[in-house]
Ligand binder design. Structure first.
Ligand code: HPA
Length: 264
């Protein structure tokens, strides 16, 4: 078993090529995670049969997909994964695209966050806490090394992904107004989603390297000519997830090489 988990969002409730060996119900001091942790093997095409990569998969919105973004127990999710030895997380999220060059079905690996969420359990330091440990450095909210590994994997696999961008986390579950998106854009937001926070901050607090891979489900409110129907959102998520799956496969193929030659 590796130290890597994938948290899947809307459209990634399961991963093709991932065979589940065991589903584990976990209880944490923060309550129950969204779903049982799925321990299993991710098969990489270049692998010999039966030599997949051991990972944990967690369905952020539950299985079946039913938990809205503001009701997800992010603390329980992160705590459960950490308690099972996870030290790196690739988080997949669906977002709306604000920046003009970010197209539906495309992939962004963001490098910054602005948090507009509220009322979510956003910290593990929730009672009396040590002032020396409670103020986590969040200057770079995503792990620089894990981001770089994802981007390198995308390059090697010839996948087009946008390197960098600011993820604006909104409360949901409704989509934004056009004026809200205008404001987010003025603030510097490039993509907008509902589940990026507090997940990233909790990962930092608990000591898990965390990177985000965002699929553009739609042009954000007021940015596209089409209406924001769930139907068309799901179509774009589905096409983006094909790229995500190829990216994950390329990442793990590289990971295998890194393990074989740890000093290079
Ligand atoms: N806004 C917020 N979250 C989203 C969107 C959006 O436009 N699309 C998919 N998730």
């Amino acid at each position: 078993m590796s130290d890597i988990a994938i948290i899947g969002g809307t459209g990634l409730g399961a991963i093709e090529g991932f065979s589940i060996e065991r589903k584990e119900e976990v209880e944490t001091p923060w309550g129950s995670p969204s779903a049982p942790l799925c321990h299993g093997e991710l098969r990489i095409e270049s692998d010999a049969p039966g030599s997949g990569y051991g990972i944990i998969f967690l369905a952020r919105h539950g299985d079946p997909h039913a938990i809205p973004p503001h009701r997800i127990n992010y603390r329980a999710n992160l705590h459960a994964l950490h308690s099972r030895g996870v030290r790196r997380i690739i988080a997949v999220t669906a977002v709306g695209g604000i920046r003009a060059d970010i197209e539906e079905g495309g992939i962004v690996i963001p490098d910054q966050i602005i948090d507009y969420t509220w009322g979510r359990g956003h910290s593990f330091f929730d009672g009396e806490s040590d002032p020396n440990s409670m103020h986590a450095d969040f200057t770079h909210p995503y792990c620089l090394d894990l981001r770089a590994d994802l981007l390198a994997a995308a390059r090697r696999a010839g996948l087009e992904v946008v390197d960098g961008g600011t993820y604006a986390a909104t409360q949901g579950p409704r989509l934004e107004t056009a004026a809200e998106v205008d404001r987010i854009e003025r603030d510097g937001g490039d993509i907008v989603g509902m589940t990026g926070m507090p997940e990233a901050a909790l990962a930092r607090e608990i000591g898990i390297a965390y990177a985000n891979c965002s699929v553009i489900a739609n042009r954000a409110a007021g940015r596209g000519s089409k209406d924001l129907s769930m139907e068309s959102i799901l179509v774009h998520i589905e096409s983006g997830m094909v790229t995500v799956r190829r990216l994950i496969e390329a990442f793990f193929a590289d990971e295998r090489k890194r393990q074989k030659a740890p000093d290079q």
